[in-house]
Design a protein around this ligand. Structure first.
Ligand code: GLC
Ligand code: CA
Length: 543
């Protein structure tokens, strides 16, 4: 049997560079800041870094609007810094995974600058242009960032498509030159020594706007297969390169198409089923609904057991999502306990865990009182749209506090000095005011901290084949407070029990424990037949 790829045993750490570490006092995180913190990441024990976009960009969507895929954003540093980061990370056994935005570019990308010049420009067809219909937008397609997905361009009297901001025109993947251009971008970065790619909204590449199709268009998988051949596998080492597609609409069947090894497309997908359970179904992310634990258990069980044509990407947080401890945990009196519980619940499962910067110290959501403190284009557009619809400031802020993307984007809290040690200047977005009690320095000093818990979890997983490969089985499925499961590999068995709520629970599991591997309370010995779970208590043991 072929050797398992490295990424199946890996834990991957996501860095949002703008908010990670500022090395030169301009208030913006940068590549030298990442280099400075490599020792920390190596101490934590992660195997790879997924770096959110660092390419040239006017930053309409914080780098997800790329104007040059093979150059570094001025604010972040230089290509020399990037090369140094790749080399220094590799020296510590940490691979770099680049974030690739292939669905759209910035409107400042040379292709678009040309494209919008005239209808017969050779680059016209790199993007999607349509005539007005009765003096209006070609159809009703909407942008994820509010308003129409079509923008009128005076210059040539046509509309162009943008599923995201107006400054992120959608590429036309029907055009072979676009596909070849992007495969070249992949090759460029492989040559520089990176080990993988996170593929931004990859599900949109096969769009057919005239038929109102965005995600999962008919040619999507042909394009990805081609990208695999001409890009990821261009050096013949496709299996060593990890690729993770961001797929908001993926269910198991959809995900399997990308990840079935026979199809030669992607290594993993990020699917969001577990991450949309606190929304009113069909109403989008801003309409809040309480989370039902049973629903969460069902979703995880389904992906753990029925997803047999793929490997799970396990995550709670990323730069688009609110902080998990504030969302599914308790960021007040049980912040530490609940952050650890959520970590254990996820890291005990089968798949590759991803940690988003700050999650490992239990960073929380933020609540700025005025809208001008927010920087995210999605938040700002949504706010303006809803104010125009007559919805009150208070009501809108409530959903921003719960779901806004800037929750994840406040600066990393390194210590309790000014600006949490993130910058000596003025940070581009305010630091969360709780930094003096929640920061890396403090968590390193306190062995009972969330940080040490994550570090231990990573170590335990690395040395345990049962956690890496074991089969998942649910337990106590109907319980409204306890999330429990086992993992079994050959004659090894591991049990994970988590009290998901702020309550005490007496439970009885008819099993003998051999060893407690990790827990968020003092638990050297436990009796599973007579277990009194405290608020957010979580235990992983060998049985
Ligand atoms: C993805 C990114 C998000 C970005 C969007 C458009 O969802 O994660 O941050 O705004 O794509 O590129
Ligand atoms: Ca800087």
């Amino acid at each position: 049997m072929a050797q398992e790829p490295w990424w199946k045993k890996a834990v991957i750490y996501q860095i949002y560079p703008r908010s990670f570490m500022d090395s030169n006092g301009d208030g913006i995180g940068d590549l030298r800041g990442v280099i400075e913190k490599l020792d920390y990441l190596s101490w934590l024990g992660v195997d790879a870094i997924w770096l959110s976009p660092v390419y040239k960009s006017p930053n309409d969507d914080n780098g997800y609007d790329i104007s040059d895929y093979t150059n570094i954003m001025d604010e972040f540093g230089t290509m020399e810094d990037m090369d140094e980061l790749i080399v220094k990370a590799e020296e510590k056994g940490i691979h770099i995974i680049m974030d690739m935005v292939f669905n759209h570019t910035s409107d400042e990308h040379q292709w678009f600058v040309e494209s919008r010049k005239s209808k017969d420009n050779p680059y016209r067809d790199y993007y999607i242009w349509r005539d007005p219909v009765d003096g209006h937008e070609p159809n009703e397609l909407g942008s994820v960032f509010s308003g129409s997905a079509w923008e009128f361009d005076e210059e040539t009297g046509q509309y162009f498509l943008h599923f995201y901001s107006k400054r992120q025109p959608d590429l036309n993947w029907e055009n072979e030159n676009v596909r070849k251009g992007m495969a070249d971008v992949v090759k460029f970065w492989l040559d520089r020594g990176v080990y993988g790619f996170r593929l931004d909204v990859i599900e949109m590449l096969g769009k057919v706007p005239d038929e109102m199709i965005g995600a999962n268009g008919p040619k999507l998988h042909d394009y990805i297969k081609e990208l695999y051949e001409d890009g990821f596998n261009s050096t013949g080492k496709g299996e060593e390169i990890v690729t993770i597609g961001e797929c908001w609409s993926a269910d198991i069947d959809i995900a399997s198409k990308y990840t079935n090894p026979e199809n030669k497309e992607l290594s993993m997908v990020f699917q969001f089923e577990h991450s949309s359970l606190d929304e009113v179904p069909g109403k989008g992310k801003w309409e809040l609904a309480p989370l039902k634990l049973q629903a969460l258990k069902d979703v995880f069980e389904k992906w753990q057991i029925r997803y047999d044509k793929g490997w799970n990407a396990l995550f709670w947080d990323n730069h688009d999502l609110p902080r998990i401890v504030s969302r599914f945990g308790n960021d007040k009196e049980y912040r530490v306990e609940s952050a650890k519980m959520l970590a254990l619940l996820l890291h005990g499962m089968k798949g590759t865990p991803f940690i988003f910067q700050g999650e490992e110290i239990g960073m929380t959501n933020v609540a700025f009182d005025t809208i001008d403190k927010y920087k995210d284009i999605e938040i700002i557009n949504m706010y303006n749209e809803k104010i125009n619809q007559g919805i009150s400031h208070e009501k809108i802020m409530e959903s921003i506090y719960a779901k806004g993307r800037d929750n994840a984007r406040t600066p990393m809290q390194w210590d309790n000095s000014n600006n949490a040690g993130f910058t000596t200047g003025t940070p581009w977005i305010d630091v969360n005011t709780n930094f003096s009690s929640i920061n890396v320095k403090k968590d390193i000093e306190e062995t009972n901290s969330v940080l040490h818990f994550y570090r231990n979890l990573i170590r335990i997983r690395k040395n345990d084949v049962c956690i890496q490969k074991g089969n998942y089985q649910s337990m106590m499925k109907d319980d409204e407070d306890v999330f429990a499961y086992t993992r079994t590999f050959e004659d090894m068995k591991i049990l994970v029990v988590c009290n998901f709520h702020n309550c005490t629970k007496d439970i009885n599991i008819n099993m003998d424990t051999k060893e407690v591997l990790i827990s968020n309370y003092d638990n050297e010995k436990i009796d599973l037949r007579n277990l009194k779970l405290r608020p957010y208590e979580a235990i992983m043991c060998r049985i």
